[in-house]
Write a protein that binds this ligand. Structure first.
Ligand SMILES: NC(=O)c1ccc[n+]([C@@H]2O[C@H](COP(=O)([O-])OP(=O)(O)OC[C@H]3O[C@@H](n4cnc5c(N)ncnc54)[C@H](OP(=O)(O)O)[C@@H]3O)[C@@H](O)[C@H]2O)c1
Length: 352
């Protein structure tokens, strides 16, 4: 039906041509800041990308930085983030600390002349995001929110299929991101209000990003949450209304959801296979109930952080301060929507 071999051939050719371009680029030297869970995954993917290499790692503890660096064979270790920002060998800093510190650290790194890739959410609220983006413009350095799903091959292909009317006029989207966690660990980053914890900013950001990528900014928002005793939202349900559609979204720490994102149009529907925000394929259904879905397999390189890394390399080599594919305006729109959801559910952080 809908998708033919030519589009897959086109995708494969595009991948080869992008990979050739990356091989021609000057090596980009990365500094890794905040050596927690995601920093480990990111560095493993960084080592899979041609002409990108980790040259320094910084932690609040020098011992921790040395252990991390020796494991990944990174030449330099620092016991403070500021020392890494001031290292002339570092071209770009990857910030992987809790959300509350993203703005302060991104700004400090850019003022030291570094390009920055900062973990999602880019910051806790619109005001903070604006000051980050102003600094990027003022210093003339590249800045991108690490919204890696935007560069995931399956999600890219899904958005392309939607834009070419493969499933007709899209009018309904359903997406969630929820798992079960131990609610007794009050100091866990995810439940800690001082670190801007809660399911919305950590996981709900993905379904919100998908709805925004498909429909744009919502005309109306309805949202409600259940809260942990710390004040962090442990379940948040959201409905966005658009002129021509509805999105139904959910994030949570209380149960595991199936994590299939479903996008419905007048001529069929696309499922982004689980776990959808890091998917490796799509299932495309027509409106005939009896016909089997068409499966499209789009395996990832590494865990999938490779694509945002390659995007940083391309943009920096072209002298850009933002990505055309996840732009500064996209980050501003996303945090504005999240701010609106937070106002509805009554979630404010102690430092706001
Ligand atoms: N893109 C993705 O797939 C993905 C996945 C998970 C998380 N994330 C994002 O990445 C960020 C970090 O998440 P994570 O799961 O890696 O968190 P994590 O395991 O808790 O690690 C965060 C690191 O930040 C540093 N840090 C600085 N100030 C801190 C403080 N006050 N309390 C605790 N740690 C502090 C610590 O590193 P040092 O001790 O070395 O200084 C810590 O190891 C979050 O913003 C999250 O949204 C993204």
């Amino acid at each position: 039906m809908l998708v033919n071999k030519f589009s897959l051939l086109f995708l494969t050719t595009l991948c080869y041509s992008l990979s050739y371009q990356l091989q021609q680029m000057k090596t980009l030297n990365w500094g890794i800041v905040g050596l927690g869970k995601i920093a480990h995954s990111f560095v493993q993917d960084l080592q899979l990308v041609d002409n990108s290499q980790p040259v320094a790692a910084a932690s609040r503890s020098l011992d921790k930085a040395k252990t991390f660096s020796s494991y990944y064979k990174i030449p330099k270790s620092y016991g403070s983030y500021t020392e890494l920002f001031n290292d002339p060998a570092v071209d770009i800093v990857y910030i992987a600390t809790p959300h509350d510190s993203h703005a302060e650290l991104s700004i400090e790194a850019m003022r030291a002349g570094k390009h920055v890739l900062c973990e999602k959410p880019l910051a806790v609220n619109s005001k903070q995001v604006q000051s980050i983006l102003e600094t990027s413009r003022k210093e003339g350095v590249f800045m991108m929110e690490a919204l890696w799903s935007k560069f995931n091959p399956a999600i890219k292909e899904c958005l392309r299929l939607i834009s070419t009317d493969t499933i007709g006029e899209v009018n309904y989207l359903q997406a969630d991101f929820s798992f079960n966690m131990n609610h007794e660990q009050e100091h866990d980053r995810m439940l800690n209000m001082e670190l801007a914890g809660g399911s919305l900013l950590d996981m709900g950001i993905y379904p919100v990003f998908l709805a925004y990528s498909v429909f744009g900014k919502p005309a109306d928002i309805l949202a409600t949450s259940r809260f942990h005793r710390t004040g962090a939202d442990i379940q948040t349900a959201i409905i966005f209304k658009y002129k021509n559609g509805i999105a139904q979204l959910m994030s949570g720490f209380a149960s595991r959801s199936d994590m299939v994102a479903k996008i419905y149009g007048t001529a069929g529907r696309i499922h982004i296979n689980p776990v959808w925000h890091e998917s490796e394929g799509l299932s495309i259904y027509g409106n005939e109930a009896s016909s089997p879905p068409q499966q499209i397999d789009l395996p990832k390189k590494g865990k999938g952080y490779t694509y945002e890394i390659e995007e940083c390399m391309r943009c920096i080599s072209e002298g850009k301060i933002e990505s055309p594919h996840w732009s500064h305006q996209n980050s501003l729109d996303l945090i504005d929507i999240l701010d609106q959801v937070r106002r509805q559910i009554g979630l404010r952080y102690p430092f706001e």
